[in-house]
Design a protein around this ligand. Structure first.
Ligand SMILES: C[S@@+](CC[C@H](N)C(=O)[O-])C[C@H]1O[C@@H](n2cnc3c(N)ncnc32)[C@H](O)[C@@H]1O
Length: 404
């Protein structure tokens, strides 16, 4: 691979903004990719993937390069040099990469790879928490799987098109996909491509949604004509899936505490040809009270640590703090306690997170069921979805039924 100076400089700029200015990696990449309109898909891919790679392996690379925060520009180049050496890419004779100690880098890599927190590039506290919560074996496998680059998975919008038709249309645009067993609406891209520029996307024929996330809406067992509430709807990834499972019939109420997210959801419903969604901002407890005892189905896709999706957000390894996890666990129980009252007798709800920690998952559900409000519910089934077992994001979901 031949390295182009302007692309590498863009990576260094991106790393500076992410590591030193603490900006979000996805936003930074969007910004940096706007630097030069002439860059093609391969150039853009190089910038995005190299930046994400160095973010993902930050701890390992900084230990190897022996550099510390805040990173000066020469030190960011040292991290880049480590990336090149470990990838087997021949270093160009640029001033910034002079005197790169290639043998020492390889030696340090071999040495540090023996220790999980360095090999898998995680902070001490997270490595300890992962091992305590999941046990040594599962955590070791899981963190390795979560450090792999996520594949691009699409969910067919069955309101508009059949999966096989979508596959044909994409193939005509040189986007080759394969179906995935056990995920009825999913298509996996054979090769990473920007699918958002396609006519098929603009026509609302598909959404980009991880395979594990595609299991959540079906778990709720919705039917056309029901009243369904999606109480933590965000920008609506699962709302749209629920709408297609309801065949656009019945009432789907999407709630969130952020109006900005619900606005994005509205735009997506239009593209998807979804007509049965109504959005409401939770700006007081009244919004929830008005809906008490009214829902046939309720989805609680709760805010969480996001530890199951670090393949997609590798910088969350560096942004996440133990205090945040403690706080969000309080919010999760609060959501279970107060929002479950929206379910009517014999109705069902799903509590889901994109976390792999039992504290946020099965233990939250057990605590809820043991509480006064929870007595009205019974657990029908629950599922832990591990990245190391399925190859997709880590998720948890529990189906609970309100007694008749
Ligand atoms: C895991 S995300 C939801 C993702 C979304 N369901 C999707 O599939 O795209 C959790 C959502 O919960 C929202 N949230 C946080 N605290 C909340 C609360 N107390 N009540 C309702 N929603 C909340 C967040 O704004 C965020 O959009």
């Amino acid at each position: 691979m031949r390295l182009h100076r302007n692309l590498v400089f863009a990576v260094i700029d991106a790393l500076n903004l992410i590591f030193n200015e603490k900006e979000y990696a996805d936003k930074v990449i969007e910004k940096v990719l706007r630097y030069d309109k002439r860059w093609g898909a391969r150039d853009r891919g190089f910038i995005a993937e190299t930046t994400y790679d160095i973010v993902r392996w930050k701890r390992l690379y900084t230990e190897i390069a022996e550099v510390h925060e805040p990173y000066s520009r020469p030190n960011l180049f040292r991290l880049f040099a480590v990336w090149c050496v470990l990838k087997g890419i021949r270093l160009p004779d640029w001033k910034q990469l002079e005197e790169t100690p290639e043998r020492r880098i390889k030696g340090r890599f071999d040495e540090l790879s023996k220790i999980r927190k360095f090999r898998e590039s995680v902070p001490d506290w997270l490595d300890e928490l992962g091992e305590q919560s999941l046990g040594n074996n599962l955590w070791t496998k899981e963190i390795a799987a979560l450090n792999k680059q996520a594949e691009v998975i699409l969910r067919t919008n069955t309101l508009k098109i059949k999966k096989t038709q979508l596959q044909t249309i994409l193939a005509e645009n040189e986007i080759e996909t394969v179906a995935i067993d056990g995920y009825p609406d999913a298509l996996k891209l054979k090769e990473r491509k920007n699918v958002f520029v396609t006519e098929a996307f603009k026509n609302g024929f598909f959404e980009v949604q991880d395979a594990s996330s595609q299991l959540v809406a079906p778990f709720l067992e919705v039917e056309p004509g029901q009243r369904v509430i999606d109480a933590c709807a965000g920008a609506g990834g699962k709302t749209l899936h629920l709408a297609s499972q309801m065949e656009n019939k019945g009432q789907l109420i999407a709630l969130d505490i952020y109006e900005s997210k619900l606005k994005k959801l509205k735009i997506r419903t239009r593209r998807n040809g979804v007509h049965n969604v109504e959005t409401r901002v939770i700006d007081s407890t009244k919004v929830i009270k008005k809906l008490h005892n009214s829902a046939d189905r309720l989805l609680l896709d709760a805010p969480c640590s996001g530890l199951g999706v670090i393949r997609r957000n590798p910088d969350s390894k560096w942004k996440l703090e133990p205090q945040f996890i403690d706080r969000i666990m309080g919010v999760q129980q609060e959501i279970l306690q107060s929002y479950s009252k929206m379910v009517k007798k014999s109705g069902q709800m799903v509590y889901a997170t994109c976390s792999i920690l039992p504290q946020e998952n099965t233990e939250q559900v057990a605590k809820f069921l043991a509480s006064e409000t929870g007595e009205a519910f019974e657990l029908v089934k629950e599922q832990n979805i591990y990245a190391s077992e399925r190859g997709y994001d880590g998720f948890y979901m529990a189906l609970l039924k309100r007694k008749g």
